[in-house]
Design a protein around this ligand. Sequence first.
Ligand SMILES: [Zn+2]
Length: 124
Amino acid sequence: MTELERRALLGDRQAQEECTRQGILLPCWKCGGEAEVNELHTGGKPIYAAACKKHHCGAYGAGSASVPKAIEFWNTRPAPPIGRCMECEHLKDNDGVCLYCEVFNMTTPGPEAFCCRFEPKGGE
Ligand SMILES: [Zn+2]
């Protein structure tokens, strides 16, 4: 993930707009998975809407008659608090053996992993 994408995912409006301008579809804000723009046929003109590729995840963006607009809707959705596992309160050190997430009760997929259950470390 580029720094620009990371900032956009954290809710940086400028970064979101820059990604949209470059035609970058941000990863899913819910699960961190890959997203894609789908063409939906409703009988009339096709509608485009971005959605998470993982169907069980269920994240999707608003539909639009144009692809760039669909990307914009997806990229600039109201940002939930997401952040990287390495900076998250829920990431626990299992006696130095491994790092795991107490929310999902699993080891973190990697330093770049992130999700919407993010809580900044050292909160009050
Ligand atoms: Zn997802």
